[in-house]
Design a protein around this ligand. Sequence first.
Ligand code: UD1
Ligand code: CA
Length: 475
Amino acid sequence: MTNNAIILAGGQGKRMKTDKPKVLCSVLGEPMLEWVIKACESAGLEKLCIIKGYNAAMIDEYLAGRGSKTEISTALQAEQLGTGHAVMQAEDFLKANTDGNILILNGDAPFIDAETINGALEAHINGGCSVTVVTANIADPTGYGRIVRGSSGISAIVEHKDCTAEQLAITEVNSGCYWFRTADLIEVLGELTNDNAQGEYYLTDCIELLMAKGRKAEAFTSHNPSVVLGANDRRALLALNDMARAEIIGRHLDNGVEFTCTDGVSVGTDVTIGQGTVIHAGVILRGSTVIGENCEIGPNCIIEDTEVGSGVSLNNVQAYESVVEDNVKIGPFVQLRPNSHIKRGVKIGDFVEIKNSTIGEYTAVAHLTYVGDSDVGANVNFGCGVVTVNYNGETKARTAIGDNAFIGCNTNLVAPVRIGNGAYTAAGSTITKDVPDNALAIERGKTEIKENYGLRKLKRHKAKYEAAKKAEESK
Ligand code: UD1
Ligand code: CA
């Protein structure tokens, strides 16, 4: 018996006002659908079927781009006629496993978690239920389906638009997450009708249909009310973002991370940060980023899928898919593009870009420099304005720089080229040939001096300046 899940992701989400299917709208940089898939994965569910509908190609593209431990298939709901109709599209998926239970989830409720999924399954099995609905009590139940309790268990779920005045006052709501006995769900799906305020086939009507057959329906009330929260519009999406942001920052505070403020700070769910690290305003940490201990990060950084050691300072830095070792100091205004490896003790100063390169330990790249496709040794000094010329318009080539080399200001290193260990390049040189160890390469015209050249121009030049001064004084 396998435990599988169906995630409903077919709706357009008109109120979100986007071309994307609503479930691809992001919370903390990850689509809501991704949050739901991850909850299923960490709950140990084996097979997932995602119901796609509105702009289905975008769902396919998203799923193709994410690696997955779980087997994920999709079913197309060509017309979006309601949540019950959406589940009908997964008939083959359901019929392949009729002896077990099936979890149904809304793709637009990102805070469902493994604990709730497994807790509800346990209650579902122990209680011998046909359906177990995950519910929560929330202060503002507007828009949610209300849980109508009977003498035992649940007797119905009534959508907000179909509620009587009395039912509107109920604060226990449907999360859109349910465990069904698979065979029972198949049995009642075909009996759903669209006789309601929205003219849709409501999945929630399965509860009453099952009860009528004498089956048991129960609620599993989550102690974490956020599991029910969904986003149907941009305001609700922003509220979910703010909640997730505060939750995650809170977790890092508990771990001994200091936030000087939280303005513009956003930390992704999978990011780890070491104790004693200080995060300043405007820091966005995304993807699989790892930050070590006692670092100073920010203000204004975007660090994505990057591994940062301990004792590192990043000020106004953007870094993508890179590695920064211990005690490195970078910034302000630096970009590390993918596949950059900055070894320990390196200093990188203002307006520097590094791409697909290794920078050896204790090397300094202080200002206005581009290092691309390069292998740089230890203790190298880059003068101001060095450029590795790695692209000839057709192909890319690498630059190699040995340990202890000194690259003069405004040097162009035309790749492929190698600067030897301890070698020097003179300021302003364009280096096109390999430089042997310990040599100096100089490529510069001889300076020619024309005596008294300036005197010819001085009179007119000074007159202009005097006139301007006079005009200003007479004002
Ligand atoms: C649904 C529940 C409501 C519950 C709420 C929790 C029903 C009838 N109502 O309402 O009781 O409180 O979720 O968030 O189920 N979808 C499809 N195809 C469709 C329609 C929807 O795939 O034809 C998908 C949507 O993409 C979405 C999910 O199903 O991910 C829920 O649909 P939505 O229209 O947002 O339902 P709610 O009105 O929020
Ligand atoms: Ca919804």
